[in-house]
Design a protein around this ligand. Structure first.
Ligand code: E4P
Length: 217
């Protein structure tokens, strides 16, 4: 399963990229606003840090305007992925862009039927939002299972990118289902490293090592 980070915070991206774990980055207009940076500048900087797909989202809602925004974004770097919303205009735009060889991430997916349409429009990635589903008392992971079944039934190449991840259990469930990608906020990625027994074990190993009076270097 590929790991993307869901943020436009360049400091966090640099720190996580140094672990070698990052396969890509997703952003959205909310995350760009939170960064306080110019959209084009911050996307260019992220693309230079992470060689994998970097999602930059259009904000137009009509097809021609979406294509115009995509044409402004795509020259930034070869790893730009254009993010479009799962609307009729968004999927028209998806088809046009993927026909041109541009990677497209179709976002704001909340049903398996929407995911089916995105695959038929040639989407590179489909982003089902699991956390926002959970927020309204649906199990977001049921949606991932349904999309996985449908995509496997028809050998669609669109990658399932699990989005709106809120905690480590989402990551575990996504991996068990066999999702292609999970995009995770930095604080949740950091939680994946932690376990109290790891901390406790390390503490006792170091205490015992100190008793030996030795040093390795
Ligand atoms: C995905 O690409 C979105 O940017 C993101 O995962 C949305 O997450 P949220 O529901 O926590 O805002």
């Amino acid at each position: 399963m590929k790991f993307f980070v869901d943020t436009a915070d360049v400091g966090q991206i640099r720190e996580l990229a140094a672990t070698g774990l990052l396969d890509g980055v997703t952003t959205n207009p909310t995350l760009i606003a939170r960064s306080g940076r110019n959209f084009l500048d911050v996307i260019a900087e992220i693309c230079a840090i992470v060689p994998g797909p970097v999602s930059a989202e259009v904000v137009a809602t009509e097809h021609e305007a979406m294509v115009a925004e995509a044409e402004k974004l795509t020259p930034i770097a070869p790893n730009i992925t254009i993010k479009v919303p799962l609307t009729l205009d968004g999927l028209k735009t998806c088809k046009v862009l993927t026909d041109r060889g541009i990677m497209v991430n179709v976002t704001l997916c909340f049903t398996a039927n929407q995911a089916l349409l995105a695959a038929k429009a040639g989407a590179t990635f489909i982003s089902p939002f699991v956390g926002r589903h959970d927020d309204v008392s649906w199990d977001g992971m049921d949606l991932i299972e349904d999309i996985k079944t449908i995509y496997d039934n028809y050998n669609f190449e669109t990658e399932i990118l699990v989005a709106s991840v809120r905690h480590p259990i989402h990551v575990l469930q996504a991996a068990k289902i066999g999702a292609d990608v999970v995009t995770v906020p930095p604080d949740v990625i950091k939680k994946l490293f932690n376990h109290p027994l790891t901390d406790k074990g390390l503490e006792s190993f170091l205490a015992d090592w100190a008793k030996t009076g030795q040093s390795i270097v």
